[in-house]
Design a protein around this ligand. Structure first.
Ligand SMILES: *Cc1c(COP(=O)(O)O)cnc(C)c1O
Length: 231
């Protein structure tokens, strides 16, 4: 049986290989973090990944995630990222328990997270989710909405704007995939001109991490290839 540790090593090797390709193509070198997406998976598997050195974990379902975070609260160096859709009535739990939220796509949610983030915690790190492929089934703001949202988050005391996230349309067309990721990178660079502190471009999953890294992702979100398929 393949262990979580072996799967993590394989994922890091894939990222490393793609990062080398990017470096040759663009002489652009920066580290790429793997977010281990542990949604639907038990804390035992998170613990195995932790024992192998993994510290960043992503969750998509608020209540399930909060249970795991509380269970693992002794592991103070775990960085928890919320990556799922945020309903208004769940925003408080996200604001209270996570270090990062990658799926902010509208003003209403940004405003609630800012108000609900406890004052004794560091500002919540925020990525704006962009619907780059304008896929009707995906959440994320449209490109036209990005500037207003970025401006609001930047000016919110309890939020710390760190960058952008995207989930692209499922497609087998490798060129199209790469194009979406390149559009995101251009969008990120443009926003970074305005907010130089931005440092995180989260894109690419188990099936498409290579084109994402080649296009300039600083973080890829890997679930299946680390923890196995989900039901
Ligand atoms: C589930 C999920 C992932 C992980 O997808 P895999 O294909 O299992 O690697 C990445 N990002 C988001 C936003 C997710 O919801």
């Amino acid at each position: 049986m393949v262990t979580i540790a072996e799967r993590l090593d394989l994922a890091y090797a894939r990222v490393e290989k793609a990062a080398q390709q990017r470096k040759f193509a663009h002489s652009d070198d920066h580290p790429v973090t793997i977010l281990a997406v542990s949604k639907t998976k038990p804390v035992e598997l998170i613990e195995q990944a932790y024992q192998h050195g993994q510290r960043q974990f992503g969750e998509s379902y608020v209540q399930e995630a909060v249970d795991k975070i509380l269970h693992l609260k002794e592991r103070k160096d775990i960085e928890w990222h919320f990556i799922g859709p945020i309903q208004s009535n769940k925003s408080r739990l996200v604001a209270e328990h996570f270090g990062w939220v990658q799926s902010v796509d509208r003003l209403k949610i940004a405003r609630r997270l800012n108000e609900q983030r406890p004052n004794n915690l560091m500002p919540l790190n925020v990525l704006i989710q962009v619907n780059i492929s304008a896929d009707e089934n995906k959440s994320g703001c449209r490109l036209e909405e990005l500037d207003e949202l970025a401006d609001f988050i930047h000016n919110s005391r309890q939020l710390n704007l760190r960058g952008l996230m995207t989930i692209t349309e499922q497609t087998d067309d490798k060129n199209k995939q790469l194009q979406y990721f390149q559009q995101m990178k251009a969008c990120f660079d443009r926003l970074k001109d305005q907010y130089p502190q931005l440092d995180t471009l989260s894109m690419g999953m188990s099936g498409d991490l290579e084109p994402a890294v080649i296009a300039g992702a600083t973080m890829v979100r890997i679930g299946t290839d680390i923890f196995g398929s989900r039901k």
